[in-house]
Design a protein around this ligand. Sequence first.
Ligand code: NCD
Length: 319
Amino acid sequence: MTFRARHLLGIEPLHPLEITTLLDLADTYVDLNRRTIKHSDALAGMTQINMFFENSTRTQASFELAGKRLGADVMNMSVSQSSVKKGETLIDTAMTLNAMHPDLLVVRHQNSGAVNQLAEKVNCAVLNAGDGKHEHPTQALLDALTIRRAKGRLHRLTVAICGDIAHSRVARSNLILLGKMENRVRLIGPPTLMPAGVAEFGCEVYDDMKAGLEGADVVMMLRLQKERMDGAFIPSEREYYHRYGLDAEKLAFAKEDAIVMHPGPMNRGVEIDGTLADDINRSVIQEQVEMGVAVRMAAMDLLARNLKAHRGAEAAGEH
Ligand code: NCD
């Protein structure tokens, strides 16, 4: 078994071997992306449509670049100028685009579960670029590749995920992936920002940064997702920074060679000190962005191979 999935909807359905296969292929795309000529023809002749119903800088740009570097025709649907503004539903919009024969559909949507629902209706490969508070699989995969390259392995590491866990699909996908690969995950944040039922994930929960960071190999900071909060979850940003903002003093409790991660966009001075975020000796935030393009190339390459095989088998069955 290498990589059998037809869609990339979340980390949950993936086997650890599928994760390793994808990361190994992504490593080869990191090399390609560092060359002057970055083209491959893995998606030549195929059509990729990006549908982003929520704002995005990194994810949309890297999916677009990834598709173009693999030779696909890439179209970005601009939601703000589309018929969604006239009340068209997600499924109707997707079915309209499906009729134009895309091969890959990349979707970000504010509702948890929306991308899974859509995948059942269309006949192309669907990639989840973030659905509500549910999953953000390519983010967890790019984080995993960043960790594997910085630490030389992706197992038996202590990873501290800190901040707004409750609203974060990044935390959820990472938690699942890191657990599958047999790492120790600690969640750190105020009780108001911890999701209900967090104990089920088999991780340790801390509300004190220093205790939670003790001996960590990786420190992953999260943005306070104010757009997903419908009340007051923290007393004030100043107080939050004092208790949970990562600075050099708090980082000193982690291992000496611990790396600092953040999926972006960052709120400097809220969850992370700006100087620390820019410190190339500790922070791998720019590497995460670089790995993002390679991981998305690997994911689309593998899904395209499965799609071709599936369509080939279907056509053979018809005759
Ligand atoms: C994250 C997201 O959209 O879930 N960003 C990203 O994809 N790089 C995290 C966030 O918005 O804070």
